[in-house]
Each structure stands twice: as structure tokens, then as C-alpha cells.
Design a protein. Structure first.
Length: 140
């Protein structure tokens, strides 16, 4: 696993609430909505980086089992998104690159409680479990 920490982001209802907040706050409403999502993303990234040491070996073993020809890999991006059915849940889409083939793979996780994603290592658990659910990568 390459040592560079992946880009981590969160896309929730904050940006969508921006236009409604604009009605009450003026142009600052949109900025407030976006800032809410960015703050949640920072909390999730902090939880992931704080629990990387405990979870890195499991992630490496999972990739090695699923992609035995890969000599190494790099986690590029982990994007958490609000569950469309429940604002208290979020799922992750993980993008990684396998080497030596330089193949990009994307995976989608099950949804998990947003509060736990911001405060525990559950993010690594859902990322690791998602490696069995490959999805088409969107334009990178």
C-alpha cells in the first residue's frame, strides 16, 4: 500500500440545502451548506487517519487476496455520500490503482451510521468490505 493518504471527501445534504439557506441568509447560505459537508468530510478523514495503523494490514490482505497479480496499490480517493434513503447514513466509493498494471478500480460500500464514520474506525471496515463490490469508475 502506497504511503500517501487518499483524498477523503463527503457529499451530503449541505450543498443541496444551500439554496434554501440562501433564502434566509442571502448568498452566504450556499457557502454555509458547502462548509457543512466539508466539515463532515474533515471529521471522517480524521477518524480514518487516526485508525489507519490498526486497519492497514487488513486492507492490504484484502487487496492481495482479491488481486494476487498486484505487487502494490494506492488508495487514491474515498468519497463518502449521504444515503438517499436516510440522512443519518453514508456509504463510501473507493478508488484505487493497482500496480504494475496501473489499473484503476472502484468499489462501493454498504451504508453506515454517519456519526460512527466521524468518530471511529468503521470507515476502514466498510472500505475493506467493499472490495467485493466493484463498480464502474466515473470519470476521474
Amino acid at each position: 500500500m502506497d504511503p500517501e493518504f487518499p483524498e477523503v471527501s463527503y457529499v451530503g445534504r449541505g450543498a443541496a440545502a444551500g439554496p434554501m439557506l440562501m433564502g434566509a441568509m442571502g448568498p452566504m447560505g450556499i457557502a454555509v451548506g458547502i462548509a457543512i459537508d466539508e466539515g463532515i468530510g474533515k471529521d471522517i478523514k480524521s477518524a480514518l487517519s487516526g485508525s489507519l495503523v490498526q486497519n492497514q494490514a487488513t486492507v492490504v490482505e484484502s487487496i492481495a487476496a482479491n488481486y494476487p497479480d498486484a505487487t502494490r496499490f494506492a488508495l487514491r480517493k474515498v468519497e463518502f455520500k449521504v444515503d438517499s434513503n436516510n440522512d443519518d447514513l453514508a456509504y463510501a466509493t473507493t478508488t484505487l490503482t493497482l500496480y504494475p498494471s496501473s489499473t484503476t478500480k472502484c468499489f462501493k460500500s454498504e451504508s453506515s451510521p454517519l456519526d460512527e464514520l466521524k468518530a471511529s474506525d468503521i470507515g476502514w471496515k466498510i472500505i475493506n468490505n467493499s472490495f467485493a463490490k466493484e463498480v464502474a469508475c466515473k470519470a476521474l
